[in-house]
Ligand binder design. Structure first.
Ligand SMILES: O=C(O)[C@H]1O[C@H](OP(=O)(O)OP(=O)(O)OC[C@H]2O[C@@H](n3ccc(=O)[nH]c3=O)[C@H](O)[C@@H]2O)[C@H](O)[C@@H](O)[C@@H]1O
Length: 444
């Protein structure tokens, strides 16, 4: 745009434009001065319009945009999809989110192509709720598994929009097309150990992404109720067992845990200022079919089958490392119960109108199992002996054990886990063998 180059010739503030004081040229100068002023202000005005245009969210993320904001961050492992919008796209969004039962809800599920996201989306759809998925399909782990989950959801009638939660323009557009009653926010950068490798990705998804989502949720009318994934890792170095929601969570052992804890505080703020109804769920090492390949039960299975040694952590003095492994179906029931019991947000027009619900629940299994037992169960199910490589528990985020007290979720959500590790792993192994034997195409 032309005026930009001219801006360099104009003093930064009009007051600094010095006039010649000679009386001889006074009259001419007045005329010149008016012309100069006019030219100056028109340039300034045009430049301002130009700058505003460049900075506007719709211009930075609409389909015509060339460089979405976050691409300046080299740590990202995906390109933000700007290919959304249009009549056909809106029709798909609307149809996916259509409620097909009385008293149903319309839910925006972020991270829908993720492990928990896929299961929750499918379960909501099965019972007649409207569901729209959102996922950025990043390559933290093999995106082809995410694509397979997407295909599964597609067959169930759930459209998964490809986009990032940091793309506020996309989020606003989605709320424009569908006035979602609920948001199930599961998009996140997961994994405790990877935080040492790529800390920026945790800040991007778990902090900036969460704030971007809450900013949009607080400003739409009606505001949705939000249920979101926190983590058992917030208990960090807490040694009081079982972990209760009242226990201290101010000693995170990893950046991942710290971002989840920060998320809980951010949730408090948006609840307090804007009246958003918010429920945080502290998941305890969730496992099952369609799971995450970065998790121990998943890659132990892969490596046991291929004869590769598996690193098994132990604490000081041969201390046991244990997890309160929780089966996916139990978690899904907890998520749906949280959505069902979520009260409406109270704000409108971006302003709080009264106190709103703010909750945090442990969703665990209440029976921690040593990692060595997990390996023994897998060996039996796979009928292959593992090559064990016993190692010291690394100091990069791992905690020695987790154990959930679920009385609060039991009382308020009717949450009651029913699957023990042996039963759950059996279902996982069956899925795993079928999925990978069938060229990643089969579904359970
Ligand atoms: O519930 C949670 O809060 C967290 O659960 C898992 O984190 P984690 O429990 O560490 O799950 P895995 O990485 O699958 O590890 C499971 C167990 O295996 C152990 N492990 C892990 C990796 C390994 O190479 N060897 C090994 O013995 C870990 O110490 C841990 O006790 C998830 O990865 C997190 O995203 C989630 O937030």
């Amino acid at each position: 745009m032309k005026p930009i180059s001219h801006l360099d010739d104009i003093p930064s503030t009009p007051g600094k434009f010095k006039m010649d004081k000679s009386p001889y040229i006074h009259h001419r100068m007045r005329w010149h001065s008016s012309l100069a002023k006019l030219t100056f202000w028109s340039f300034l005005f045009t430049a301002l319009i130009f700058v505003l245009f460049l900075r506007s969210p719709s211009s930075s993320s609409s389909s015509s945009s060339s460089q979405p904001q976050h691409l300046s961050d080299p740590s990202r492992r995906y390109l933000q999809n700007t290919n959304w919008g249009g009549h056909a796209w809106e029709k798909r969004v609307r149809s996916s989110a259509r409620i097909r039962t009385q008293k149903g809800m319309s839910v925006l599920v972020t991270g829908a192509a993720g492990f928990v996201g896929t299961h929750v989306s499918a379960a909501l759809k099965r019972r007649g709720d409207g569901v729209l998925g959102l996922d950025n399909f990043n390559d933290y782990y093999d995106p082809s598994l995410k694509r397979a989950r997407q295909a599964l959801l597609e067959r169930a009638g759930v459209f998964v929009v490809e986009g990032d939660i940091n793309d506020e323009a996309l989020l606003r557009k989605l709320f424009e097309v569908v006035p979602f009653t609920h948001v199930m926010h599961l998009a996140a950068q997961a994994g405790v150990r990877y935080a040492m490798e790529n800390p920026a990705s945790y800040v991007h998804s778990n902090l900036a992404g969460l704030v971007s989502l809450l900013e949009v949720c607080k400003s739409v009318n009606p505001q949705p109720a939000i249920v979101w994934a926190s983590s058992s890792s917030v208990y960090g170095l807490n040694t009081k067992v079982p972990f209760s929601e009242k226990d201290r969570t101010d000693q995170p052992a990893s950046l991942y845990a710290a971002t989840k804890k920060a998320g809980e505080e951010i949730a408090h703020t948006y609840n307090h200022i804007y009246g958003l109804s918010l429920t945080g769920l502290r998941f305890f090492t969730v496992y099952g079919p369609w799971g995450r390949p970065d998790m121990a039960y998943f890659f132990f299975t892969r490596d046991i089958l291929s004869g590769k040694p598996i690193p098994i952590f132990e604490a000081a003095n041969h201390g046991t490392v244990a997890r309160d492994f929780t089966y996916i179906d139990d978690i899904v029931r907890g998520c749906l119960a949280s959505l069902d019991t979520a009260e409406k947000s109270t704000g409108s027009g971006g302003k709080k109108q009264g106190p709103a619900q703010l909750r945090v629940f442990n969703l665990g299994n209440t029976s921690p199992v040593p990692v060595t037992d997990l390996v023994s169960i897998l060996e039996k199910l796979l009928k292959v002996k593992a090559k064990k490589n016993i190692m010291k528990l690394p100091r990069n985020g791992d905690v020695q054990f987790t154990h959930a007290n679920i009385s609060s979720a039991q009382r308020e959500l009717g949450y009651k886990p029913t699957t023990d590790l042996q039963t759950g792993l059996k279902k996982f192994v069956r899925w795993y063998l079928r999925f990978f034997a069938d060229g990643k195409k089969s579904a359970e």
